[in-house]
Ligand binder design. Structure first.
Ligand SMILES: Cc1ncc(COP(=O)(O)O)c(C=O)c1O
Length: 399
């Protein structure tokens, strides 16, 4: 059976292999991001329906692409300040005002090359060796690895499948304590699609305050919600970090652009880390980011409607096939299915790819609570989704 501990033990025992022994324990303990590994394998194959990666099939709008080209032609190809271009920081600030009615000054915003870089910076700013970080299981596959790089310890709160993976505030109450340095939240969640209500966010802030813990809220799927509107932790406190980016709701995955909103007194530390570790986000891409944010009110609702239709078709399809888990995601663009009746999740994921050409991500990537599951991404076109449902159906019939 898969477990992170077994994976780590396997990597550690490979120290006999030439070269491996010189690597750091931290590096050896870093587990692979399987969605990317499946993608690599699937890309070498023909006639594959891709449900493995969370990569929107949309192109960014022409205005966004034009802004990048124009900026590049205007010579904007050098370094920018580490905080990012003031125009983009102002556009991020306007976005908070429009979307949540919040006044977030540009002096709290740092631009980064993607949400992943933002998470790296915030983890390094907050965590010491041995500190504890609390997060829910299932979680975004890379979270434990961000945390491990700092020597901090991951403590997970298993979510209840029968409640549609809704985050249970009482479980946070029980798990967060004086040793907890960081609470890592992700709403809408990858891989569950659950969305925290505004009141729940408020309760989590209270738990953090009582335990003198810092909330880091990954809001990269904000805007992609279907029923419950997305709420920022910043509606409840200034003393939290928000990491966010353009990959998901602006379909700009490869552009590598994101941001951090810092508590008022932390910006200099984050800025120093940014100066040293990444210098800055790509100059002309930052101008494209301004164009994207200016279009967000028009663009995001359209994407949301497309994803909602796909979600409904996929949920209905998998329920009919008997692998549905009886829940409907409220946000993001992922659905977990239960393959325990068919076999081991890794094996089924591999066989779905090899036998019927459907690429999926094995649940164990996202934690122990979903080790019998596969994650399907519906950031892929409707025709492909229907084809995937048919193919999974054929696979199940043949068992
Ligand atoms: C929850 C979550 N956070 C962060 C990221 C990374 O986003 P970015 O492309 O902005 O680095 C992802 C990517 O899938 C994600 O799902």
């Amino acid at each position: 059976m898969f477990s992170i501990e077994n994976e780590i033990a396997k990597l550690m025992s490979s120290s006999a292999v030439f070269g491996i022994r010189m690597l750091s324990k931290r590096a050896k303990e870093t587990t692979p991001f399987r969605a990317m590994a499946v993608l690599e394998r699937a890309q070498k194959m023909k006639d594959v329906v891709h449900l493995e990666v969370g990569e929107p099939d949309f192109e960014p709008p022409a205005e966004v692409i034009d802004s990048a080209i124009e900026s590049m032609l205007n010579g904007n190809s050098g370094y920018t300040t580490s905080r990012g271009k003031i125009g983009l920081r102002e556009a991020v600030s306007d976005y908070y005002q429009r979307t949540y009615g919040l006044d977030i000054g540009v002096d709290r915003i740092v631009i980064t090359p993607g949400t992943s870089a933002a998470l790296t910076m915030v983890c390094l700013a907050l965590l010491e060796t041995g500190d504890e970080t609390v997060l829910t299981d299932p979680y975004y596959a890379c979270y434990p690895n961000f945390i491990r790089q700092t020597g901090s310890v991951v403590k997970t709160i298993p979510l209840d499948i029968s409640k549609g993976f809704a985050p249970d505030i009482n479980l946070f109450e029980e798990s967060v304590g004086k040793n907890t340095k960081m609470m890592l939240l992700n709403s809408p969640s990858n891989p569950t699609g659950s969305v925290l209500k505004g009141s729940e966010m408020g309760e989590l802030v209270e738990i953090a305050n009582r335990n003198e813990t810092t909330i880091v809220s990954d809001e990269v799927y904000h805007g992609i919600y279907y029923d419950t509107k997305t709420h920022s932790v910043l509606e409840h406190t200034d003393d939290a970090f928000v990491v966010d980016g353009f990959s998901k709701r602006f379909a700009m995955t490869g552009w590598r652009l994101g941001w951090i909103v810092c508590p008022p007194n932390c910006i200099e530390v984050i800025n120093r880390l940014t100066q040293n570790l990444v210098i800055c986000a790509t100059n002309f891409v930052q101008d494209a980011g301004i164009a994207a944010l200016e279009m967000s009110d028009e663009l995001v609702p359209k994407m949301r409607d497309v994803y909602r239709k796909r979600r409904d078709v996929l949920v209905e399809g998998v329920e009919k096939l008997g692998v549905g888990m009886g829940y409907t995601p409220e946000g993001a663009y992922y659905l977990l299915i239960d393959v325990s009746e068919l076999g081991d999740a890794f094996d089924i994921s591999n066989r779905l790819l090899d036998e019927v050409g459907v690429a999926t991500t094995p649940g164990p990537d996202f934690g122990t609570s979903v080790e019998n599951c596969l994650r399907l991404s519906y950031a892929t076109g409707m025709e492909d989704l229907k084809e995937a449902i048919n193919r999974i159906g054929t696979f199940i019939e043949d068992q």
